[in-house]
Design a protein around this ligand. Structure first.
Ligand code: NAP
Length: 356
């Protein structure tokens, strides 16, 4: 069994930025980037993270246009290139911002260019009680590491209704950007559940395709930022259904989703209210991807990894660092995740020097 200096777990902006910094610091990092499996697809924990499921990214500094598509086309293997939508490669079209999938591929390629090594496996379990640390990637293979950075991000939070499960991929989705352009929603009403930035961003995106968007929120005040709230309020296709919760998603085997039954959050005894819809987009926040840790690190409320020292990437276990959304219950931005990846690599480097 090889002893690794530094193993980075996760392959979103936090993971690649950590790998880039670590590679440039001659730490020879290994990135365990996750596996492309149906189970990961279902859980929403595919490699390259949430950014890869986004279309244009307008708020990552330094990418005013998606003009690096040409570079990627020359740098990537054919199968990786084929996984990106053609419009994502954007050429020099000044109207197109960089696509999320392109941005994260560029980050990966940059880390690889400096020598980061990659394993397309999932970490199934860890032992951080022992030094060196152990990260199990299969029944046969365990990787040993002197230090590790956990950057496994977050995934979709579902409502938890049986009818939601029944109609997943037949009208129920948690990714407007991935599924919104599907013909089933074209010029038909859709429902978005949630009152945060994700819900309003989804509603705005869906307004390109759907006839009407009902935003179902459990309170009468939005959690979303003012700018998104104002844009949604001004959009004639978007209508808010306040103080409502989803009781049941209606549909049948042939048509998938046909409607929703909503409860009145202020008087739960009141008869449910029915809305006809072709789809339900769930946007009620994210769940940090920590299952594989099985209690090896301390968590905070919401399941995010605890950072005991303010402004540091240390976890409850010396030598294990954290970056990105798996420890971020607040910002959830690619730029913040990338920055924290750099911090985690610098903290890991310092730890490794002090441990020599
Ligand atoms: P969020 O801010 O946590 O909002 C989740 C929303 O879902 C809240 O309105 C919440 O209601 C509602 N909710 C939670 N559980 C629910 C349940 N079981 N049933 C019904 N409603 C439920 O999550 P988010 O919108 O995904 O945003 C997460 C972070 O990412 C935020 O910091 C946000 O600013 C950031 N973000 C930024 C952008 C952007 O800048 N463009 C885009 C997306 C996300 P309550 O309000 O009642 O709690």
């Amino acid at each position: 069994m090889e002893l690794e200096n530094l193993v980075v777990v996760g392959s979103g902006p936090a993971g690649w930025s950590a790998a880039l910094y670590a590679a440039r610091a001659a730490l020879n990092p290994l990135v365990i980037e996750g596996a492309l499996t149906p189970e990961n697809q279902k859980r929403g924990t595919l490699p390259m993270g949430q950014l890869a499921t986004t279309t244009e990214v307008e708020n990552y500094p330094g990418f005013p246009v998606g003009a690096l598509g040409g570079y990627l086309a020359s740098a990537l293997d054919e199968d990786r290139l084929a996984a990106l939508p053609p419009e994502a490669l954007g050429g020099n079209d000044e109207k197109i911002s960089v696509f999320g999938g392109v941005l994260v591929e560029l980050m990966r390629q940059q880390a690889l260019n400096f020598g980061a090594r990659v394993l397309d496996e999932d970490v199934l379990g860890v032992n951080f009680d022992k030094r060196p640390f152990e990260l199990r990637i299969s029944n046969e293979t365990t990787i040993q590491a002197k230090a590790s950075i956990i950057a496994t991000g977050a995934s979709v939070r579902w409502l938890g209704l049986p009818s939601e499960e029944r109609f997943k991929n037949r009208g129920v989705s948690a990714c407007a950007v991935c599924d919104g352009a599907s013909p089933r929603f074209a010029n038909r009403p859709v429902v978005v559940v949630g009152g945060g930035d994700s819900a309003l961003e989804d509603a705005e995106y869906l307004a390109k395709f759907a006839s009407r968007i009902f935003v179902v929120h459990r309170r009468d005040q939005l959690r979303a930022s003012k700018i998104l709230a104002e844009r949604a309020a001004e959009n004639p296709k978007i209508e808010f259904l306040w103080n409502r919760t989803v009781r049941e998603i209606l549909g049948n085997d042939e048509d998938g989703v046909t409607g929703v039954l909503l409860n009145d959050a202020l008087s739960p005894e009141a008869p449910p209210f029915k809305v006809e819809t072709s789809g339900v987009f769930v946007a009620i926040g994210r769940r940090p991807n920590v299952e594989f840790l099985d209690g090896a690190l301390e968590l905070v409320e919401g399941g995010f990894i605890k950072r005991p020292v303010p402004f540091r990437t240390n976890t409850s276990r010396p030598g294990v660092f954290v970056a990105g959304d798996v420890a971020d219950d607040r910002y959830r931005q690619a730029i913040v995740a990338a920055a924290s990846g750099a911090c985690a690599a610098l903290d890991a480097e310092r730890f490794l020097v002090e441990e020599q």
